[in-house]
Design a protein around this ligand. Structure first.
Ligand SMILES: Cc1cc2nc3c(=O)[nH]c(=O)nc-3n(C[C@H](O)[C@H](O)[C@H](O)COP(=O)(O)OP(=O)(O)OC[C@H]3O[C@@H](n4cnc5c(N)ncnc54)[C@H](O)[C@@H]3O)c2cc1C
Length: 468
């Protein structure tokens, strides 16, 4: 298959990373991305049959479902992020390189990265997603995304800095602007974040800032469709709305789109304006598409794969997790972009690659949906399980905590997270409301503007701005 022409120069290093790896006479699997899918894949490979090289732009795995707790001072980053080298430190055939992959050359069987090029026998693309702003550049420049640890830390600093400023302000308009928060997207991330902001407003911040009247602090949750949690049952959506509005006075705006934002004022589709210096974008994601593979392999920002996650048209290139679109009868638009799908695809591909090498039969991927949950502040959550089992309240909240602890990568993370949760629960406090790294919102906007201009490096990436 022909590689996509790429007219732009890449800032890739010319170093040959292959020469730095020992020659062990085994096929090399290069995995791009140490997320849920990439890690599970390695865990289920027969490691003695391969040389495994994992590349990730960060040296740590991020447990994205709990990012919102870092952003709202509930957890420290090391509770949800763990070093990738540590995960496989007992495997002698495993190598990790911190590198950003910029391009794939399937004909030469190489990937080009920020630290050099590396050749592969099998390539596994497990790069996940990035925030989707649906082509709205202004919002992309000004809004807060929540996909990575540094973004969560920026948001944490920004929220706390706003209150530090508000307490010294004598302008009502400025206090409004600083203490109003607009969250866009009523899916699990938006709902959980709104609940956490509600808890800050109700229990934590009034003790820190007794001079401020917290009745003026508003948390808006804006959703484009007619209910919250559209990926869950109607009952769960209704219950989440009721809990948020009744317990935390969250202002939920359904059937409402955000049209514009200037850094101070959010304009909604119906013309209404919300004053706020904080617009948090939790309204959608799109796959990270790495230039180089045939354009025909990408649909709606995801690589189209067959039943064993092989990218269409390539023998030895696979995609797993959020970035893969496997169309099946049950999932005609591809599987949901959630952690269990990524983990199960990783596991299955790990086993299948071992089978392929031994010329054994491979097994098609089949998703086992174990249900979904979302928490709405302390003591409350909603849960939908297969077989129409739906419940909410305290038991759902307990189940939510248990499941999240279970899936954290290391034992250390489980212990720290549990410790923090117990502390927060009994003290109604958030121990990590620290402005360690002050966040300069205006300077960040300038930087983002510069990056946006640089970012349009090729046609392929522009196309992924489509709604996925
Ligand atoms: C805020 C938030 C909350 C969520 N909550 C839930 C939830 O409650 N339940 C649930 O099931 N799912 C949730 N999800 C979705 C879940 O996190 C994803 O489905 C899951 O992370 C997908 O796993 P993955 O391995 O495909 O990708 P990821 O986990 O995103 O991993 C991709 C990896 O690729 C790396 N990478 C990307 N580009 C490059 C590159 N060019 N070069 C090198 N490395 C690269 C990244 O650094 C990352 O480590 C949430 C997501 C977010 C953002």
């Amino acid at each position: 298959m022909a590689a996509v022409e790429n007219p732009t120069e890449y800032t890739v290093s010319q170093r040959n990373l292959t020469t730095q790896l020992p020659d062990i006479g085994k096929p090399r699997i290069v995995i791009i991305g140490g997320g849920f899918a990439g890690i599970q894949m390695v865990k289920h490979l027969r490691m003695k049959d391969f040389q495994v090289v994992m590349l990730d732009r960060h040296n740590y795995h991020t447990f994205q479902p709990l990012l919102y707790q870092v952003a709202t001072a509930g957890l420290e980053p090391d509770s949800i992020a763990g070093p990738l080298r540590k995960v496989f430190d007992n495997e002698k055939n495993f190598f990790f390189r911190m590198a950003r992959v910029e391009r794939i050359d399937a004909e030469q069987q190489k990937v080009y990265t920020s630290i050099g090029e590396i050749s592969y026998d099998y390539l596994v693309v497990a790069v996940g997603t990035q925030t989707n702003y649906f082509g709205n550049q202004k919002i992309q420049q000004l809004a807060f995304p929540l996909k990575q640890v540094p973004q969560a830390l920026n948001l944490r600093s920004h929220i706390l800095q706003n209150f530090e400023k508000a307490v010294t302000s004598d302008s009502e308009e400025e206090v409004d602007r600083l203490t109003n928060f607009v969250i866009v997207g009523g899916g699990p991330t938006g709902v959980e974040l709104a609940g956490a902001m509600g808890e800050l407003k109700k229990y934590v911040l009034p003790r820190d800032y007794p001079e401020l009247d917290f009745k003026v602090m508003k948390v808006y949750l804006v959703e484009g469709v007619d209910r919250l949690l559209p990926s869950m049952s109607e009952k769960a959506g209704k219950r989440a709305e009721k809990d948020l509005t009744q317990r935390f006075d969250t202002i939920v705006k359904l059937n409402t789109l955000v049209k514009d934002y200037n850094g101070y004022e959010v304009t909604l589709g119906n013309g209404e304006k919300l004053i706020s210096e904080t617009l948090i974008w939790a309204a959608g994601v799109q796959g990270v598409i790495i230039p180089g593979l045939d354009k025909a392999t990408v649909e709606k920002g995801r690589y189209v794969v067959n039943e064993i996650n092989r990218v269409n048209g390539y023998d030895n290139v696979f995609a797993i997790g959020d970035v893969a679109a496997m169309y099946t009868e049950e999932y005609p638009r591809g599987h949901p972009q959630v952690a269990p799908v990524a983990m199960q695809q990783g596991e299955q591909l790990g086993k299948n690659l071992s089978n392929l090498l031994r010329e054994k039969e491979t097994k098609p991927f089949s998703y086992l949906d174990k249900g979904s949950m979302a928490t709405i502040g302390r003591n409350r959550a909603v849960a939908d399980f297969p077989g129409n089992i739906r419940f909410g309240g305290w038991f759902a909240w307990l189940s939510w905590m248990f499941v999240h602890l279970l899936f954290l990568v290391s034992f250390r993370q489980k212990i720290i997270t549990l410790g923090n949760w117990v502390w927060n629960y009994f003290t109604y406090d958030r121990g990590t409301r620290l402005i360690i790294r002050p966040f300069n919102y205006r300077r960040a906007i300038d930087d983002r503007n510069d990056k946006l201009e640089d970012n349009h490096r090729n046609d392929e990436q522009k196309e992924t701005h489509e709604v996925s």
